[in-house]
Design a protein around this ligand. Sequence first.
Ligand SMILES: [Zn+2]
Length: 84
Amino acid sequence: MITQSEGITAKGELCFFCGQPTEDPAIQWTGNPHTIFLHPTCAVDFLLRLARDVHEMQCKGPLPEFASAYQQYAAGWYAGRGRP
Ligand SMILES: [Zn+2]
């Protein structure tokens, strides 16, 4: 989360999810090479859709190499905790 007191402001930026102007406080993520801004409520909606897409990818096959690696990691994580 960013606030104006941190020297970074979301004012003048557009929300990555809904496209509307953002205000402080907002969610900011810096990736390579872009920085995105999200309204806090839009961040939740974006997170839910991102999780849905990951779950859908996990359930479909054949999986791309990176998804298969994730599936193996998840299986190991669950096995270590005694879950199916
Ligand atoms: Zn938004």
